[in-house]
Design a protein around this ligand. Sequence first.
Ligand code: C2O
Ligand code: CU
Length: 543
Amino acid sequence: RKVHRYNFILRETSFTRLCTTKKMLTVNGKWPGPKIQVCKGDTAFVHVHNAGKYGVTIHWHGVKQPRNPWSDGPENVTQCPIQPGKSFTYEVTFSDEEGTVWWHAHSDWSRATVHGAIVVLPANGTTYPFRKPDAEQLLILGEWYNGDLKEIIDNATETGAAPAESNAYTINGQPGFPNKCSKETTYRLHVQYGKTYLLRLINAVMNEEMFFGIANHKLTVVAQDGAYIKPITTNYIMTSPGQTFDILLTANQPPSYYYIAASPFFDAGSIATYDSSNTSAILEYTGIFAPPASPPYPSLPNITDRAAADSFTNRLRALASPAHQINVPKKINKRLFVTVSLNQILCPGATCGGPNGNRLSSSLNNISFATSTIDILQAYYRSLPGVFTKDFPDRPPYVFNYTGDVGDNTLFTHQGTNVTMINYGAAVEIVFQGTNVEDGEFHPMHLHGYSFYSVGTGYGNYDEITSPKTYNLKDPPEVNTVALPRNGWVAIRFIANNPGVWFLHCHLERHASWGMGTVLIVKNGPTKETSIRPPPPNMPRCS
Ligand code: C2O
Ligand code: CU
């Protein structure tokens, strides 16, 4: 069990893409940022110094951080931001995740440029549950904005309108063909004929699900969100923001160039006005061959092809082998039924400038999550009153038909910082119900502090009698992010064995910033070993 140390310096760095130069916040001047590589069971201390212009936090997405929410990172949930000129050292403990996870900023929209990979190798003396690959390679999907992110989001918050779309999707920071000014800088993945590569694919995109594929090559998916799955072979992958996939690629085609590409998927109607372009990279075999005039391009599903998205996702199953056992709760003692909506907040006197004079918003159980000024973790730990209330409803306060394809503009939410209290060790089931109010699209629901079993999903309204009969309790995938259809449901289960204050939210940035989130507080167990650790002495101060 090793201890690793990393230094992250946050600073504005100049970058040029699509013939546009701008300054953006990076870690150590890199985009994507530096890779963290550990073995299962190790610990990493990451010293973050903020040399930027505004307060920032970092989150370790998919790392459970047992008993240590102090280092989890979401701004105003587990900590106050690291202010410019200040530092904070995160202690990142790797317990049982294995495979690829990642880190990203968790303040405003800064994660667009502040993110990187975390590679968790098998613990010493153990190995992959598949033949050892000849080499490994990171592929990080992202988004490039010509404009300043902070201005875009501040402007959207002020006017109540939808934020501007990105100008290109990227692979390892490069837009690639056919984007403007991208030919020379397209990312190249070099392979040798006959070798097998482990590709670690991270979806760091801000606001869209993506399809991904490589021309003429099959992909064998072996892990998802830092847990092994039964290997599946496919021509394409559907990945939600927040998700990670480990993929085996064998270079078995005639040595040449082949396009690697990703294209957005959105199952949405009228308000889907987001970037619909593709991004690409090149798979380049080493050796001597005549470069093709136009390399083959993968055929990816159409932008609205929900059947293609589902047929990929529905094949994912936990490996569930003796060496990688799973433990799906069969009897449940804490249930939550959570509606997930895009909707509006009623603004007094049409001052908000949004559609119908109101402001676009989003909610869980009709509550639009409002961040507090003191972080919820500190308020809970020190029993500070007035920061949050322990009354997040376990069902929506009123019921309507969630699945009509017409939005209901008369439904308004209210804002609050309402949390759910969960007993240590409880077997929890959460059913998320997409409501399709104001249209919407697939929501990648993400939980901090845990991975969970994605036991069931379907379209239409969840039914308490018939839906559970379709559950997979044998080998459901163990994930930290799950795609919820806008007019369907997803059920997840987990054992609440990690005490702490854990954010639960949609990983589409525009939905999260409109309030599509809540907090689960898992109470301490009976012993010191089942209780939240004391805070480190240098937590950032709240102003
Ligand atoms: Cu990857 Cu709360 O996020
Ligand atoms: Cu969402």
